[in-house]
Design a protein around this ligand. Structure first.
Ligand code: ADP
Ligand code: MG
Length: 259
């Protein structure tokens, strides 16, 4: 496949295999997938099934044993270390624990990727930081430190930092796991805002079925090394796969317990 502008923001897995411990732990077993540019895809599946491993292949942190991972027109396996470092600017990533630098102000946290990777002037940096924090609903308090912020505010800052270099692809690995319900809703709203404001390819790894049903353009369900389901939220609700049914039933049960 040649590199072309039409490939910007697309992610394609072609028959990817990955195992650990000398082949004893087979995690991805012929995984194929197309994540179209500009769409929001939720990847659901049981714990330990290989969701994070999948994301690490997209970032080029892991290489397939066999098969290919194409990201924005580039075959990740063929990139040199330097090309990979250059290529990584197309990604924004939100980690579970926000991963902010505790000894830097909010402003400096968000400015950090620009200082590391660009030669922008101070005023250009200030413009970008302000714009990106404002889009995420944070209009002031940029001189505060992360430990002065609520969980929801920390997520806003972490997301502002993730988008500061205007990535094509935004990856979220369990953005709401371990959060209280209010903060969870905040994060959902942030995901929705970014989807609206930027034409980003977004991938969310999650256990949060109500969020997936509400926000996703498409849902992919990973099981036994492959995507066994791929479709719209509506199709997901009606999927006949046993594991998915158990997933949905367990979610409904926990919802009832909360009521
Ligand atoms: N770097 C690694 N070395 C060895 N095993 C790993 C590595 N990364 C992941 N695994 C294994 O791969 C499996 C899938 O892990 P992971 O993708 O983290 O699951 P999840 O779907 O919960 O995100 C697990 O059994 C995990 O122990
Ligand atoms: Mg994981």
């Amino acid at each position: 496949m040649s590199e072309s502008i039409t490939d910007a923001g697309t992610i394609r897995f072609v028959d990817v295999y990955k195992s650990f411990r000398g082949g004893r732990d087979a995690v991805l077993k012929g995984l194929s997938a197309d994540f179209p540019a500009g769409k929001l895809t939720y990847i659901l599946g049981p714990s330990g099934v290989g969701k994070s491993v999948t994301i690490k292949h997209i970032l080029g942190l892991l290489r397939p044993d066999a098969g290919d991972v194409w990201v924005s027109g580039k075959n990740m396996s063929t990139l040199s270390g330097r090309e990979l470092a250059e290529h990584r600017k197309i990604f924004g990533m939100l980690f579970q624990n926000s991963a902010l630098f505790d000894d830097m102000t909010i402003f400096e946290n968000v400015a950090f990727p620009l200082r590391e990777h660009t030669t922008l002037s101070e005023s250009a940096i200030a413009d970008k930081v302000t714009r990106s924090l404002s889009i995420l609903g944070m209009k002031n308090g940029y001189d505060k430190f992360p430990n002065e912020l609520s969980g929801g505010m920390k997520k806003r800052v972490a997301l502002a930092r993730a988008i500061i270099r205007e990535p094509q692809i935004l990856l979220y690995d369990e953005p709401t796991t371990g959060l209280d319900p209010v903060t969870r809703v905040t994060v959902d709203e942030l995901i929705e805002t970014l989807k609206r404001e930027y034409r980003l390819t977004s991938l969310v790894i999650s256990h949060d079925i109500p969020s997936a049903l509400r926000l996703a353009d498409q849902i992919a369900f990973l099981q036994d090394g492959k995507f066994v389901f791929w479709g719209t939220p509506e199709e997901f609700k009606n999927a006949q796969n046993d594991v998915i049914r158990r997933f949905l039933d367990a979610d409904r049960m926990s919802f009832r317990v909360l009521q």
